[in-house]
Design a protein around this ligand. Sequence first.
Ligand SMILES: N[C@@H](CCC(=O)N[C@@H](CS)C(=O)NCC(=O)O)C(=O)O
Length: 204
Amino acid sequence: MILIGRYLSPFVRRVAVSLQLAGLSYEHRALSTVDDLAEVKKLNPLGRVPALVLDDGEVLVDSNAILDHVDEMAGPSRALLPAAGKPRRQALQAVGLGLGVLEKGVAAVYERTKRPKELIHAPWRDQLDGQVKDGLAALERMLGDRTWFGGAKPNQADVTAVVGFDFLGRMLPGVVEKGAWPRLEALVRLADALPAFADTKPKA
Ligand SMILES: N[C@@H](CCC(=O)N[C@@H](CS)C(=O)NCC(=O)O)C(=O)O
């Protein structure tokens, strides 16, 4: 199978990390939605990444839908979302919060980078920044004193929190300031020691 998109995208990276943690091999095609838009659109009419091209040519888009299939391919012992009950509910809550923070962070980046300077709407930008900070604080509380959200080993809540926090620190350094979320920082350090995270980490 072929994973489409650059690891700079946290949505692409969460799929890449998940495939690697599940021990599934894939080819990586680092297409950009800016430079390779026409090619990306052949796979996803929205012109977004990630896309995952399966061996029979079927194309999956949207990281959540892709990860559902990754878990199915991985099987119950390696799936990154717990199968049922409270552990599954809790993991899905943390994933939902992590993705929400990421969406707000991406909107905050676009507010700064996609508009002419005089059209940046400061109250909206500040609201987005506040939502990012409040969401990270909630994630930090949710993690609490645990090493991983997943307990003894990383689950999908960890993958999403790590790639999301890493991305936001890189793209919004003035908002996601160093030292403000020590537990999430420790989670990233722990993850960086694993090949699945280290091999997909964008260069600084
Ligand atoms: N909900 C989607 C979001 C994917 C997404 O926003 N990808 C970004 C890359 S970080 C993208 O392709 N942006 C280009 C665009 O939306 O025009 C997912 O989880 O896969």
